[in-house]
Design a protein around this ligand. Structure first.
Ligand code: NAD
Ligand code: TYD
Length: 348
């Protein structure tokens, strides 16, 4: 794994029990029968073993419960690995507004610990899964390019930018073959219902209001998770070490439009949309220029409406999955985050 175009044989995936990581592991094992995956995941509130339960008994898959900030565990997980894909992170902007200690511990320090272990083990490639949020708010008419300055505005985005800086230091100093990816907002199966789309879908299925922050005219650039996985798989083989790649599908939509599409798909009334108190420091717009990735022959295969429909259908068909998540600790978070916004009418 060296630019040869061949996939790596043995990968360490971190955060594989989360939304994108679990989709990526399924994707890899489906697309590359001879690949073996070690998944290192701390199983925070966001890590869900249900996401990979169908891999139990698959000899190509091994799970290690552990923290990417724990050097001993990471060293063991790294043995025999020829590539690392780091998804592990605290990921929810709203939670980062309550306090960012865990964000800094995992997204910055944890990334450093992983990089250090990869350097010692001589890992062939290290993909740091970052986000378009590091660019901060993007003015109308502009799309972020990889060479743009970073201007993170939330504690989450600042932590992800900090992780990126560690990656750049390891490339510049030690020539560890690091690639940084900055993807836009993903939709797809198995996303935690704290995030906007699954929250809207599951609230609608429960007949509860969809809390849209502020005027709902903020814009996000939506990407189907499978298209994201395909891009990462390509970059594992053909990405240039030391480079940054945006991953976006040119699907800008206003939040209120996304909420309306969810309701239409579920044949629920638009009256369920509830404009609530805005998120402090809310970025109005993200938009990516992904021409650098597209030059490697990547293109999204799923349009936004189709991706959203598939996502909604998945939640309809997997009620057992999201009911379990919403019944746990999530109810407490939901009350703290939405109680005052929705006037106390929060079922969790
Ligand atoms: P997620 O919150 O669904 O999952 C995160 C996973 O990381 C969980 O399984 C959790 O248990 C694990 N984890 C957290 N801290 C850990 C630690 N210290 N050690 C080991 N494991 C730990 O996140 P996601 O939405 O799947 O995002 C995955 C990655 O992609 C993140 O790095 C995120 O910043 C990035 N990203 C996400 C999006 C998106 O739309 N969801 C967009 C762009 C980039
Ligand atoms: P989210 O899924 O939290 O992703 P991010 O903040 O990382 O982009 O939110 C997507 C958009 O939806 C963002 O502009 C915030 C908005 N949003 C709401 O309007 N209501 C909600 O309840 C949530 C969670 C998000």
């Amino acid at each position: 794994m060296n630019g040869s175009g061949l996939p790596p044989r043995r990968l360490l995936v971190t955060g594989g029990c989360g939304f994108i990581g679990s989709n990526f592991i399924h994707f890899l094992l489906r697309e590359h029968p001879d690949v073996a995956v070690v998944n290192l995941d701390k199983l925070t509130y966001a890590g869900n073993p249900d996401n990979l339960r169908d891999l139990e008994g698959d000899s190509r898959y091994r799970f290690i419960r552990g923290d990417i900030a724990d050097a001993d565990v990471v060293e063991q997980a790294m043995v025999g690995v020829d590539a690392v894909v780091n998804f592990a992170a605290e990921t929810h902007v709203d939670r980062s507004l309550f306090g960012a200690d865990d964000f800094i511990r995992t997204d910055v320090h944890g990334t450093y610990v992983l990089l250090r272990a990869a350097q010692v083990a001589g890992a062939g490639r290290f993909i740091q899964v970052s986000t378009d949020e590091v660019y901060g708010d993007v003015p109308p008419g502009k799309r972020s390019r990889e060479s743009d300055p970073l201007h993170p505005r939330s504690p989450y985005a600042a932590s992800k930018a900090g992780g990126e800086m560690q990656c750049i230091a390891f490339w510049e100093t030690y020539r560890l073959p690091v690639i940084i990816t900055r993807a836009s907002n993903n939709v797809g199966p198995r996303q935690h219902p704290e995030k906007a789309v699954p929250l809207f879908v599951t609230n609608a299925l429960r007949g509860e209001p969809l809390p849209v922050y502020g005027d709902g005219r903020q814009r996000r650039d939506w990407l189907y998770v499978e298209d994201h996985c395909r891009a990462l798989d390509l970059l594992l083989r053909r990405g240039e070490p030391g480079e940054v790649y945006n991953i976006g599908a040119d699907n800008e939509r206003e939040n209120v439009e996304v909420a309306a599409l969810v309701l239409r798909e579920l044949e629920k009334p638009l009256g369920l949309i509830r404009h609530v108190e805005d998120r402090p420091g809310h970025d109005r717009r993200y938009a990516l220029d992904s021409s650098k990735l597209r030059a490697l022959s990547w293109a999204p295969r799923h349009g936004f409406e189709e991706a959203l429909r598939a996502t909604v259908r998945w939640y309809v068909e997997n009620e057992w999955w999201w009911r379990r998540v919403r019944e746990g600790d999530f109810a407490r978070f939901y009350a703290a985050q939405y109680g005052h916004r929705l006037g106390g009418a929060t079922g969790g």
